[in-house]
Design a protein around this ligand. Structure first.
Ligand SMILES: Nc1ncnc2c1ncn2[C@@H]1O[C@H](COP(=O)(O)OP(=O)(O)OP(=O)(O)O)[C@@H](O)[C@H]1O
Ligand SMILES: [Mg+2]
Length: 260
């Protein structure tokens, strides 16, 4: 039996996480709790530790100290693959689609392949159950592509897309398998205003339909304020404020450190 930790209703609970790179303290005793169904913004100046915190939550970097609790379980030592298989999905500050694959195949590749019995023989013979499962995977991928407004580009090589379309493709890859937690690192950087608006609408819809938690790192402050339920502010690795968009924008500390 897993030890279940009582961290109230949080789905993701970051508990006193510190991350050091040699002498640099990138994240300093940061704590935050995000319940399911909430869109949480994470804002702060360049170098505040936002991406490093994402790396720790998603298992790409071990914290120097502190814990990450996911749905009541301490997952600090679990691999990034385990976290992804258990519903954590992430997009990156730097985009990284498979440029030579089509849009649809990029999304398909993000779906975990669950083969089932029969092994390679069943694959080679393409038994009806295999073909059906493959059709279901395709349909799921196509639905995510459609939701992100990319159907007319589904056969296009991802490497030929504009920045805005690649951002939408990354979102399609992240939402194709009903995430429990969606972590988005500067998803609207490089997007035109209409594209950013569309992006926000999709995130909001997905949250309402699936009840997933969303963590959003973003420098576009009006976008963050419009989309997020609550906002956590990081500065020099420390959480300096947390609250509703209205509370955070009227916070003197936040204005001095970030909003100007
Ligand atoms: N791999 C690394 N090795 C050494 N220092 C690092 C490494 N990654 C990040 N840092 C340092 O940690 C601090 C936090 O960086 P991080 O990338 O997490 O900030 P950020 O809030 O995401 O910034 P930005 O808004 O520019 O993306 C910075 O001082 C950065 O230089
Ligand atoms: Mg960053």
């Amino acid at each position: 039996m897993e030890e279940r930790l009582s961290t109230s209703a949080a789905l993701v609970h970051v508990d006193g996480v510190t991350v050091r790179f040699g002498g640099v303290v990138a994240v300093n005793a940061a704590s935050l709790s995000v319940p399911p169904g909430e869109i949480r913004g994470l804002i702060g100046p360049n170098g505040a530790g936002k991406t490093t915190l994402f790396d720790t939550i998603t298992g790409m970097r071990l914290p120097t100290s502190g814990r990450v609790i996911y749905d009541g379980t301490d997952i600090t030592d679990r691999s990034a693959v385990w976290r992804s298989r258990n519903g954590m999905r992430r997009t990156f500050q730097r985009q990284q689609p498979f440029g030579w694959l089509s849009v649809e195949d990029n999304v398909l590749a993000a779906l975990d392949y669950r083969g089932g019995g029969g092994g390679i023989v069943a694959d080679v013979l393409a038994l009806p159950s295999r073909r059906r499962r493959e059709r279901e995977r395709r349909a799921k991928a196509q639905a995510a592509v459609a939701r992100c407004g990319l159907t007319s580009l589904s056969g296009e090589a991802a490497g030929r897309l504009s920045i805005g379309k690649v951002r939408l493709l990354e979102l399609a890859r992240a939402i194709v398998d009903d995430p429990k937690v969606l972590l988005l690192d500067e998803p609207t950087s490089g997007l035109e205003e209409a594209e950013a608006e569309k992006f926000g609408e999709i995130v909001s819809e997905v949250r309402h339909e699936t009840g997933c938690a969303v963590l959003l790192v973003e420098h576009d402050v009006p976008f963050v304020m419009g989309l997020c339920d609550r906002i956590t502010v990081l500065n020099l690795g420390e959480v300096i404020a947390e609250g509703t968009p209205a509370e955070v924008s009227s916070n003197d500390l936040v204005r001095a450190a970030y909003l100007g």
